[in-house]
Design a protein around this ligand. Structure first.
Ligand code: AVJ
Ligand code: FE
Length: 436
């Protein structure tokens, strides 16, 4: 059985790397050279930086760390080290031009696949269960999401297309669900490709709470706007209020008012804001203010994970809301299959045992929590993935978005960003404590 597991993981690593590279290729071949080397926003790298950085990380971890190979081009390492050069500086670096970046990434990939064929999946912690290969597939997919954000920020006509999610009848189920109090297991020790910050599995005590059945919709968010939400200081944290005043923020990013209606720009197209879709491109401060206006609050990260993984019938934490099966299209809107969230109430097959929908996919969900290590955390394989970011300046987001590939999304997966960020595919749902 162990042999079949190993071979299944090897197949999964190959498939995950291949899927990631198809997406990378698409995102970097649908625009011309000047668009690849330009900086579309000071928040983002030029697309050609992401491309060579993807190859460089793969070279560092698969060819050098796993394979023991010499550096192919030692002189470029520092250009693609995310810590040496902040994003705003990257366009002025002597980056590999697009054709060279493509060739470099392809060269690395060819050698990495040769290594994968023969790699010992029981050798070291880095190769155990193919971890390094899974980590690199996840890394590339994370940059594919980053590149999709760059595409969304880019001005100009549409270059990306995808079918819309299936329409669904207006969701008429209960607006919120009660999650029972008591202990549950947070995090994981057994998921082979879980990243360091998801580990280890550990018990958490949670008081009973109510959580929204679906993410907050554009219609609900518009009600907050129409009610003067952005002009009412008492809904905002002091930092949030100062921030929206200083920057003149009065609606989600990419929204524009046109007479009586709200329009939004989405991948080169302007369209009316769809009322039933989860709200997208809000920062943590906006999510926090909306929740206060609604008489509610953001869920903590622990509450979110309990809602997503806890099975009251067995007391066990599952890999996903729907169970332990890998995500399939009927479970969740993942993988850039669609370039927008699906209407609230979609994916009944993906709901949690308690009936909470769309926890995975559609929009990243802001939580109330700071990004902190779990008890027993150890950085692996490098401190710069998570450890250097732990602290109160980052807020945790959960669940993944339509832009996230299944390989980089689990019930335990943790994302984080500054509370002012809203170019990311971020939305939220709200919660309230059970009052007895
Ligand atoms: C986990 C999304 C916050 O993009 O900064 C990519 C992922 N880390 N390369 C990021 C990551 C290194 C990371 N986030
Ligand atoms: Fe990276």
């Amino acid at each position: 059985a162990e042999e079949t597991d190993t071979e299944a993981l090897r197949e999964r690593a190959l498939a995950s790397l291949t899927t990631a590279r198809s997406r990378t290729t698409l995102l970097t071949s649908c625009v011309d050279e000047p668009d690849l080397t330009a900086q579309h926003s000071p928040l983002m790298s030029p697309l050609v930086w992401d491309l060579a950085h993807i190859g460089n990380q793969e070279e560092l971890w698969l060819l050098r760390a796993v394979g023991g190979r010499e550096a192919m081009r030692p002189e470029i390492d520092s250009l693609y080290d995310a810590f040496e050069h902040p994003r705003a500086e990257r366009p002025s670096l002597p980056l590999l031009p697009p054709a060279e970046a493509r060739r470099y990434a392809a060269d690395v990939r060819g050698r990495a696949l040769d290594l994968l064929e023969a790699a010992d999946f029981h050798g070291t912690r880095l190769t155990e269960a193919g971890f390094a290969f899974g980590m690199i597939a996840q890394h590339e997919q994370q940059h594919d999401e980053t590149m999709l954000i760059t595409h969304q920020l880019r001005k100009g006509p549409r270059v990306l297309t995808a079918p819309d999610p299936d329409p669904v009848p207006l969701f008429t189920g209960p607006a919120e669900v009660l999650v029972p109090g008591g202990p549950f297991t947070m995090g994981t020790s057994g998921e082979p490709w879980a990243l360091d910050n998801e580990r280890p599995a550990h018990p958490r005590e949670v008081a009973p709470f109510w959580i929204d059945t679906t993410p907050v919709t554009n219609a609900a968010y518009q009600a907050f706007i129409e009610d003067g939400g952005y002009d009412t200081e008492r809904w905002w944290s002091p930092e949030g209020w100062a921030h929206i005043r200083r920057h003149g923020i009065s609606a989600p990013l990419f929204w524009r008012r046109d007479g009586g209606q709200w329009l939004r720009r989405r991948f080169g197209i302007t369209e009316p804001v769809p009322p039933d879709e989860p709200v997208l491109h809000v920062c943590w401060y906006e999510a926090d203010a909306y929740a206060r206006w609604a008489g509610r609050r953001l869920p903590t990260e622990t509450e979110w994970e309990k809602a997503a993984r806890f099975d009251p019938a067995t007391g066990r934490s599952r890999r996903y809301p729907w169970g332990d099966a890998d995500p399939a299209p009927e479970h969740a809107n993942l993988g850039q299959r669609h370039l927008r969230p699906a209407p609230a109430g979609s994916y009944p097959a993906g709901e949690s045992p308690l009936g909470v929908r769309q926890l995975i996919g559609d929009v990243w969900e802001w939580t109330a929590s700071d990004f902190l290590p779990y008890p027993g955390f150890t950085a692996f394989p490098y401190k710069e993935y998570s450890e250097v970011f732990f602290g109160p300046e980052y807020k945790v987001l959960r669940g993944g978005s339509f832009a996230v590939d299944p390989v980089a999304c689990r019930g335990t997966f943790r994302n984080w960003d500054y509370p002012i960020r809203r170019q990311i595919f971020s939305g939220f749902r709200t919660a309230r404590s059970e009052t007895v």
